[in-house]
Design a protein around this ligand. Structure first.
Ligand code: NI
Length: 255
């Protein structure tokens, strides 16, 4: 049993075979998927898909790329969606200073606004941080999420990881952990306490080895858990069990 805590099943790349992809994941031992919203539209779709499958949960939120497209109506609509019992997190939210698809000051405003909304709704946050470690830390120290949260596809150093762990965050690992020469993430995964990591695919992106170059899908979360087991010197079953326990605690899923 293994969970994919961060999938984008509403991505257009799944339009041709979404149900088969979900079925394949189930057959391969993926018992729960958290389907992540990154805009108002995908948040709405995530909630709909969660209604269709009992083992799929949803998050709602606006990605920093989309920050420039938000207004008051966005927040009203997302807050209404967030009341659905299958919504277990607010995100993905954060800052992306790599692609800069929205102005940085707008990204920061929208990030802070959504941290406040997550607190209002009592939800943990899913954080996207790309080349923005300094500003993200500064904002989170000023606005610590009351229900906690996770840094998804964590790509920072062990130094950064230690700081986030001390602030109570979980760290999530994905395909890049399996890439050759990814020493930084390997160091983090090796050292992270057993009660603070979760795993994800971020599909259709970040495909792990040996499927690199293909579309990613929830089934391949198995590759990530295998790598964590290897690094920590524990069995795959034990690594999967730890990740599931951590995911339940983080997202408050008791089923
Ligand atoms: Ni994502």
């Amino acid at each position: 049993m293994i969970w994919d805590t961060h999938a984008h099943l509403n991505d257009r790349q799944f339009d041709v075979d979404r149900d088969e992809v979900i079925e394949r994941a189930r057959q391969g031992g993926v018992t729960t998927i958290i389907n992540i919203g990154d805009s108002e539209a995908t948040s709405r779709q995530a909630v709909s898909l969660a209604a269709k499958y009992p083992f799929i949960y949803a998050s709602v939120g606006v990605h920093p790329h989309e920050a420039k497209n938000c207004n008051e109506e966005t927040w009203t609509n997302l807050s209404r969606l967030a009341q659905n019992p299958k919504v277990v997190a607010w995100g993905e939210i954060g800052l992306d200073y790599y692609r800069n698809l929205s102005p940085r000051d707008v990204q920061r405003q929208v990030f802070i606004r959504q941290l406040e909304l997550a607190d209002e709704m009592g939800l943990p946050v899913v954080i996207h941080d790309r080349d923005a470690h300094g500003d993200i830390l500064q904002i989170l120290k000023k606005h610590p999420p009351q229900a906690g949260g996770v840094f998804h596809s964590f790509s920072g150093s062990w130094e950064m990881a230690k700081e986030l762990l001390s602030l109570g965050f979980y760290l999530s690992f994905s395909g890049p952990l399996t890439f050759k020469n990814n020493r930084k993430t390997v160091e983090v995964a090796t050292n992270i306490p057993e009660d603070r990591f979760v795993v994800e695919t971020d599909c259709p992106y970040l495909t792990p080895e040996p499927y690199r170059g293909k579309r990613n899908e929830p089934l391949y979360v198995n590759q990530v858990i295998n790598k964590i087991a290897e690094l920590k010197g524990i069995s795959t079953e034990k690594a999967a069990l730890l990740a599931v326990e951590n995911s339940r605690r983080l997202f408050r899923i008791t089923k």
